[in-house]
Design a protein around this ligand. Sequence first.
Ligand code: NAD
Length: 359
Amino acid sequence: MPEKLRVGMVCAAGIGASHVMDWRYLDKQAEITAVMDVDEEMARNTAHISGGVPWTTDLDELLAREDVDAVDICSPPFAHADQVIAAAQAGKHVLCEKPFTVNLEDADRAIEACKQAGVKLMLAFPRPFSASSRRLKEMVKTEELGKPIRIYSSHHMRAEWLRKRTGWFFDPKKSGGTAIEGVIHDFHFFPWLFGPAKRIYSEAGTFIFTDRSPTLPDDQLVVLWRFQNDAIGIIDGGANQPSNFGGHMSVFFTEGGVKMERGGGFAIYRGMKEYHPVVEQVRHFGRMGDDTDIAQSPFTPTGHVGEIEHFIDCVVNDKEPETGGEDGRYALECAWAAITSFQTNEPVTLPLQKPYPRY
Ligand SMILES: NC(=O)c1ccc[n+]([C@@H]2O[C@H](COP(=O)([O-])OP(=O)(O)OC[C@H]3O[C@@H](n4cnc5c(N)ncnc54)[C@H](O)[C@@H]3O)[C@@H](O)[C@H]2O)c1
């Protein structure tokens, strides 16, 4: 392995462009050596902002390059599985954007290909890599506020994100709909924090985007959880959030609670049975979990840089990614339990049995 991890960007519009900035920020540890996008203009522009590296519209050409150790796949969900498999077969380590895939069988194919090739596979879920999430996870582990009993997350995809020039989101065969494309962050985060699900029940409907896609089943989605540890949870999800609407997560324990704002706010409530619990406002957590004012830190509270840094660490130091293929698949399985539930009007018990539901 050379001194720096050499990365090929696969698709570089929306989140890909943001990853390019993250890779460049981590330029002591990694460098982008080539760019691929099916859109020629996008490939050329991204190669330019990546330092004038070579670009192509052909994935095989990118994968044939000897100066690419790993790929960062930022294409839409329907393209992920085949691109992961092609990269693995070319011997490249893989960082793949969420959701892993739309259908479970495709996730299984991709996991198997990476296993066979002996390459790392990491799913790009940023939330576990924000310092506030690390603090929360530590609180679950140490039982600082007692046992975890309830989790709530409001997760609505931002309206401006849906105004992108390509319309793949509105076709569930391409995106998986709101459950898989957007709310997958919570379908991953809930088990990451509370452990596996026992049962999932959901209600959904398309109320807003009826003109964009007659097949999008879930622009509004509410999901109820029962975890194997008996805790309960709610996801309040959808695909229409105004950009300034915010979003938050609350986690309740037997002796207190935590309220986490998307922008980085973190309040700890101690004394669950008190009329006025003691509230500890933590300004923002820096990347090391210290009480650093984010304004003075180059790290956003969302975990994107930490996620990419973790991938580099796993490849260079031969570690297993914390958000690996099986975690990405489990998130997808939970999302499919919710989809099956709103399709059948029944609670769904996990694990799902074959034949798996699919779009
Ligand atoms: N982690 C996050 O917070 C986050 C945020 C946004 C998007 N995402 C994920 O990133 C992925 C892409 O979303 P986006 O918003 O950047 O999409 P986008 O439509 O803005 O960009 C997709 C890019 O992929 C290219 N592309 C399309 N089809 C392709 C194909 N078959 N092969 C190769 N390239 C192809 C397009 O030319 C474009 O450059 C999705 O899986 C999405 O869920 C993650």
